[in-house]
Design a binder for this molecule. Structure first.
Ligand code: ASP
Length: 313
């Protein structure tokens, strides 16, 4: 008999304005989310490993300009794209992460290589890229990642002296567009992956939660796999992803209680807007957010596909 398997993905949480969402943009986002979750699910259905599934799902979203990861990443104060990513496999609690990479087309694949092909967990900037090229990643020009929309966002943020989120010219400008995936495979392995361009107008080599194991990404076989999105500083201070696992392990909370207690409780109280996706050891999926929306999709243990944007859906 086939063992249960399931997968969930997200394309960022935040304020998404229903009244401004065009049919064309919505259709394009929904198509990307579906393509991503199906890419991961296909690997699980063929008895593949959960880590391969989450990397494949995230790669689809990195390649789309609709999300703040890979192509379409937000711009730094110096008008550059600087990306962070991480992966974790729940069996050995093995993990890999990169921060501040500028020329790597798919940072999530580099995070995976850090995990499998080095003795380290986290590599940054030039060193991470040196390792990437040794592993056969191609040098990718910054031009590839640039989009007009992100440039306009940066200009508006600079004008206002703000960072993180811009004015709502586009319907999802006030949304964090980080992408992530979590999965349970047929062998009982849990895995999580998260990838981002960070926040608009960031300075000084700022790194968010997406490359921090325990904050943006966490996986522990038998318990849970988690990927988060939102204002990274809060997610780091609350170590959100590992806190979900700790609540389940030590307090024996169920998946939804553990996730919602953090996202709707302590995180929200300290001002941390955002959300997370999680899957438990039985393959149950959960989507939690304290914002008005989160781009998300899943295929549950019964093979049921769902895709949603707003919190009230
Ligand atoms: N969590 C990401 C960061 O702070 C932003 C996002 O979720 O889009 O870098």
């Amino acid at each position: 008999m086939t063992q249960p398997f399931s997968i969930a993905i997200h394309g960022g949480a935040g304020t998404i304005l229903r009244e401004q969402m065009s049919d064309a943009l919505k259709a394009s986002i929904l198509a990307d989310l579906e393509k991503s979750v199906r890419a991961g699910h296909q690997i699980l259905a063929q008895s593949g490993d959960a880590l391969d599934a989450v990397v494949a799902a995230v790669k689809v979203l990195e390649d789309s300009p609709n999300f703040n990861a890979g192509k379409g990443s937000v711009l730094t104060n110096k008008e550059m794209v600087e990306m962070d990513a991480s992966v974790m496999h729940g069996k050995e609690k093995n993990a890999g992460a990169v921060a501040g990479v500028l020329h790597i087309k798919n940072p999530i694949e580099l995070a995976r290589d850090v995990m499998y092909k080095s003795n380290h967990v986290l590599m940054i900037g030039e060193g991470a890229e040196e390792f990437a090229f040794e592993q056969g990643h191609q040098y990718t020009e910054q031009d590839y990642f640039f989009t007009e929309r992100r440039y306009e966002q940066l200009l508006s943020m600079k004008e206002k002296g703000l960072f993180a989120l811009s004015e709502a010219k586009y319907p999802d400008d006030k949304k964090y567009g980080t992408v992530g995936a979590v999965a349970l495979d047929q062998h009982g392995n849990l895995a999580a992956a998260t990838s981002t361009g960070g926040v608009t107008n960031k300075k000084y080599g700022r790194v968010g939660d997406s490359s921090i194991i325990g904050a943006g990404t966490y996986a522990d076989n038998g318990t849970v796999a988690v990927s988060t999105t939102g204002m990274g500083e809060y997610f780091i201070r609350q170590t959100v992803a590992v806190d979900v696992a700790a609540r389940m392990r030590y307090l024996h909370e169920d998946l939804s209680t553990a996730c919602d207690t953090i996202i709707q409780g302590e995180l929200k109280q300290m001002g941390g807007e955002g959300g997370l996706i999680a899957v438990d050891a039985k393959g149950q999926l959960h989507f939690a957010m304290n914002s008005t929306g989160m781009y998300r999709a899943g295929i549950d243990v019964n093979g049921h596909f769902s895709v949603k944007i707003y919190a009230d859906e």
